[in-house]
Design a protein around this ligand. Structure first.
Ligand code: DCP
Length: 212
């Protein structure tokens, strides 16, 4: 039986590092988030456009994110454990929701994206066994973002990370907002790399539990 794990967390919470760590283990196949696709679809950069003018380009990026996430969910792996960065669920429950609630996505765009999402999740089956939530403070993410210096993300203010953080907390901790597709394992992720690797090792059995 395939064991399917989604790594979730705010922007720059350390998801990629987590995936790279577990990717070193045979038996685990990791699928990183398709950010490079969002920055270049047939020569266009919908990620940059979304940050420049979310009202106009939010639906463009999020429609494409939804497609690339669905593709990741459906990618067959030969290893018994599959780990992916984020999910179609957080794309909808966190990012689309944030655009809409902050008044940056017209209601009609939100309605169309919601119809697509509902259709996909009703008609296509892609089980998730565990969500690993890398829980950070928005301040930590802001610091890491500044260090990383990804061109498109220079415009992201702390308030944006605070909104994303709040939506994640409501979804995965308070569990009051949107449905949970799988149980949640929370890993505090404000620490430096060395401590994070130590925590990943401490949690290795829990993360991979159902697969052995
Ligand atoms: N993004 C978005 N809408 C989504 C998913 C992502 O607008 N549905 C944006 C947020 C970031 C960029 O895409 O600007 C990349 O997001 P991630 O946080 O997923 O990737 P990171 O590389 O930042 O993750 P980490 O640093 O945790 O490895």
């Amino acid at each position: 039986m395939l064991h399917m794990i989604c790594i979730e967390g705010n922007i720059a919470s350390g998801k990629t590092t987590c995936l790279q760590h577990f990717g070193k283990t045979s038996n685990i196949e990791v699928l990183t988030e398709p950010v490079s696709k969002w920055r270049n679809v047939r020569g266009h950069n919908p990620l940059a456009l979304m940050y420049q003018d979310p009202e106009r380009w939010g639906i463009t990026l999020q429609t494409y994110v939804q497609l690339t996430m669905l593709d990741r969910h459906l990618t067959a792996t030969s290893a018994p454990v599959k780990m992916m960065e984020r999910s179609i669920f957080s794309a909808k429950y966190i990012f689309v929701e944030n655009l809409f609630r902050s008044g940056k996505m017209p209601e009609v765009d939100y309605a169309v994206l919601s119809e697509w999402f509902d259709w996909i999740t009703t008609n296509i089956s892609f089980p998730v066994d565990l969500i690993v939530y890398l829980q950070t403070s928005p301040q930590t993410c802001h610091e890491r973002l500044k260090q990383r210096c990804r061109e498109e993300e220079k415009v992201i203010p702390l308030e944006y990370l605070e909104s994303i953080h709040q939506l994640y907390e409501d979804w995965l901790i308070k569990q009051t907002s949107s449905p949970l597709p799988a149980p949640v394992l929370v890993i505090p992720a404000d620490h430096d790399l060395q401590k994070m690797v130590q925590q990943y090792e401490e949690n290795r059995d829990k993360i991979l539990a159902a697969s052995y």
